[in-house]
Design a protein around this ligand. Structure first.
Ligand code: GLA
Length: 755
């Protein structure tokens, strides 16, 4: 890891060992060019990569064609309105009029370690494992300075960027656009763009499309990162696939509106940008004031999409997620939502908990419906006091009754919301976002609280704290069930900036307060399932509810898309009933258990109401979670086959860091007639080690419907089960996975070389 500046060539280099990111200052005026991102290169003069010698040449030599130069130069942080017609990284106005902006290089600092962003999530690092470059740019006419920050980390092929804009003039200036990441990249060959798109219940499905001339990308203006698009872009170089080739991943450490786009221009250059969406964003800066952008993460991989994924996991496990729970085994939880919805009381909860505890569950999560007069989703959000009719003795009694059976308590809140039918709304209708003269748009019969106001945040925090202080609460599920509309404030001192961004800062403030006051609390974020699963939220909570859709087969794609970026330890994954309450599909209990093992494990059902052959499996499922929990949480994740890509199977595995053990999950999504076994190569193992191969789940002699697996199937498997093979053979020759009878069947296979 090394950041250098060569004063002779005026080139900056960020080297991580096998990746180089280079920028260069060009011409006397100080244009900052993006020179290179790719495999580590020699210590050569890289200035030729700016193409400044090509026609029309530098403005100092040919100012008559300055515009052609600016419109073709590979900018590192382009301005607006002065000769480059591509998307600007920054835009400012004064009294509504743009003075244009041309950020020019002024100076730099290289510092050990990583700065922490105030009031916002940010990656962290210390003086030994990280280094930061700060480049100062300025536009004197606009009266603006920009400080571009770049941090690299020991042993990780990633660059984390952010930008601070400062008003250095003597009149106010309004910032209308500030991308956290911008670079004009010159990728050899065809580039494909990967994005993660979806909807409620279908979060983060991957899409890969060729990048053509014009714009491609994703964005959200919903106030949250959203179910529909994800603040992620992947750029796949020609020939790149899961295990080979160059891949760039960009991810935004932010939980609100975002823009992530690629603009392929007239000369084939890709302008890649990521930042807060300009819609609804502005920030008026008085002389001397600054605005700090959120951080964007760039990951570079020369080992395909899989390499990109493992780098993100590494970075986030070591430099983003702060929770003390990160490396701890999370309690097996049982959540009453899908079992009861709003229809529960103390006795019902305790009955669910007693049964679950007898099977090995450790935490009861009391979901929506315990507060105010909330018996359906049309009231009481904001009234965070217990409904004693449902819970006599309050949360305290429930927690004590649970403690008596060895269980911990978790509670659901939706702190950002208010129901029109609530005491809170009746007392403070002006605390909800609305625009004067317009009746706010309802969603799930609720409004959004104006968390840009400190008194609103104080009130909500106080209410939540009272509940948490009243009992022994180990876990909080923080939900957020509608997008932002009618974003208008009624605060007397509203300030002068976009409310969408200030709302997100308000959410961060509340979550920071929560984890500071309750440092050992296990916080799980949620937004109608996975509508706000982003690295911003992971700064506060070590896990996020991945999706309201718990159908095991749909979950394969949802979890694959989520694990594209985020470690498995962050994905809430629970076993629920069959047929699925979301899509009606019937799946074997074995498969539901195996798929939920790829995350933080739990149950979303009433065990007493399960068919006997299903409930008989719970103990074994929990035992599997305890046996493989650490491996799944800490290991390296490899995708092998993807049902999303049209394969009839889905397969992935986790390999321990020391490569002594691995667990492979194999789901045969659709059965076909008269097929032979399927050869699967096993990635990630040590070629020189010998691995003993076993079925990991003792229930695998059972097809999930209580039937024995046919002798044929077992014979087919006996080709490798119980045998020992080297990592070299497993990665080259692979194993032969049997054709199972029936759809939605799964197998867990373990590889072990420990003694
Ligand atoms: C959201 C969550 C669910 C559940 C309900 C309760 O949809 O994603 O898990 O908590 O709210 O209303």
């Amino acid at each position: 890891m090394d950041i250098t500046y060569d004063s002779r060539t005026r080139v900056f280099r960020l080297d991580t060992g096998n990746m180089t990111y280079a920028m260069g200052v060009v011409d006397d005026e100080g244009f900052l060019g993006h020179l290179y991102l790719g495999p580590g290169v020699g210590n050569d003069d890289l200035t030729y990569l700016s193409r400044a010698i090509e026609y029309p040449g530098l403005p100092s030599k040919n100012n008559r064609d300055r515009c052609s130069f600016l419109d073709f130069f590979p900018h590192e942080y382009p301005g607006e309105g002065v000769g480059d017609f591509r998307s600007p990284a920054v835009r400012v106005t004064k009294d509504g009029i743009s003075p244009g902006i041309q950020p020019l290089y002024k100076g730099y600092r290289i510092i050990k370690g990583k700065k922490r962003l105030e009031g916002m999530p940010s990656v962290f690092g210390d003086e030994k494992d990280s280094e930061t470059l700060e480049i100062e740019m300025s536009d004197e006419t606009a009266g603006v300075k920009l400080f571009l920050d770049y941090t690299i980390f020991e042993g990780i092929n990633a660059v984390v960027r952010s930008v601070r804009a400062q008003n250095t003039g003597d009149t106010p200036v309004t910032l209308n656009r500030i991308m956290s990441f911008s670079a004009d990249m010159d990728r050899p060959g065809e580039t494909r763009l990967m994005t993660l798109n979806g909807s409620w219940g279908r979060e983060r499905a991957k899409q890969i499309i060729p990048v053509g001339t014009g714009f491609a990308g994703v964005s959200s203006v919903r106030g949250v990162s959203s179910h529909q698009s994800h603040p992620f872009l992947g750029l796949l170089s020609e020939g790149a696939d899961e295990s080979q080739g160059e891949v760039i991943g960009l991810n935004f450490i932010y939980s609100g509106n975002f823009l992530a786009q690629v603009e392929k221009g007239q000369f084939g250059t890709l302008r890649v940008q990521m930042g807060i969406h300009p819609m609804g964003f502005y920030e008026k800066l008085q002389p001397g004031e600054s605005f700090q952008s959120p951080e964007a993460v760039l990951v570079w991989s020369d080992s395909g999409i899989g390499g990109m994924t493992r780098t993100f996991h590494e970075l986030y496990r070591n430099h983003l997620i702060r929770s003390p729970w990160l490396h701890r085994e999370r309690p097996v939880l049982i959540n009453n939502w899908e079992a009861t919805f709003f229809d529960f009381d103390l006795e019902k909860l305790l009955k669910i908990a007693r049964r679950a505890s007898s099977e090995g569950a450790e935490l009861l999560v009391m979901d929506d419906g315990w507060f105010g007069r909330r018996n359906s989703d049309n009231s009481s959000l904001g009234d965070w006091y217990v409904n004693e009719e449902k819970l006599p003795g309050g949360v305290k009694r429930l927690s004590e009754e649970l403690a008596a059976i060895g269980m911990k308590l978790g509670i659901w809140f939706e702190p950002e919301m208010v129901s029109p039918d609530s005491d809170l709304y009746r007392a403070h209708p002006d605390w909800a976002f609305s625009i004067d003269g317009r009746k706010p748009c309802m969603a799930r019969e609720q409004y959004v609280l104006d968390l840009t106001r400190k008194e609103v945040r104080d009130y909500i925090f106080d209410m939540i704290s009272k509940v948490l202080d009243s009992a022994d609460v180990a876990y909080v599920k923080w939900d957020m069930n509608r997008p932002l509309t009618d974003v208008g404030t009624h605060a007397a001192d509203a300030g002068d900036g976009g409310l969408f961004h200030r709302f997100v800062l308000g959410v961060y403030d509340l979550q920071e307060r929560l984890i500071t006051r309750y440092p050992d609390l296990l916080l799980e974020n949620c937004s109608s399932g996975g509508g706000r699963f982003d690295p911003g939220m992971l700064f506060y909570s070590p896990q996020i509810w991945t999706s309201d859709n718990t159908d095991a087969i749909d979950r394969l794609s949802i979890q694959e898309g989520t694990a594209m970026i985020y470690p498995l330890s962050t994905m809430g994954a629970h076993v629920s009933v069959s047929p699925s309450q979301s899509c009606g599909r019937k799946t074997p209990m074995v498969t539901r258990g195996h798929v939920a093992l790829a995350g933080t494990f739990g149950y979303e059902l009433d065990m007493d109401r399960l068919p006997g052959e299903d409930s008989a499996q719970i103990r074994d499922q929990i035992a599997l979670y305890h046996r493989y929990g650490e491996l799944v949480r800490e290991g390296d994740y490899y995708r092998i086959e993807s049902w999303q890509d049209g394969s009839m199977c889905d397969c992935y595995m986790v390999v321990s860091k020391d490569k002594t053990q691995a667990l492979m999950t194999w789901v045969q999504v659709l059965a076909h007639t008269n097929l032979k076994s399927r050869r699967v190569r096993i990635p990630g193992l040590d070629p020189d080690r010998e691995y003993r191969i076993e079925v990991a789940d003792p229930r695998e002699g059972n097809d999930g419907n209580g039937n024995r697996v046919s002798p044929n199937e077992l014979n087919c498997m006996s080709g490798f089960l119980g045998k020992t093979l080297t990592g070299a053979t497993l990665s080259g020759a692979g194993i032969l996975m049997p054709r199972l009878s029936g759809d939605f069947r799964s197998l867990l296979i373990s590889f072990d070389s420990r003694g």
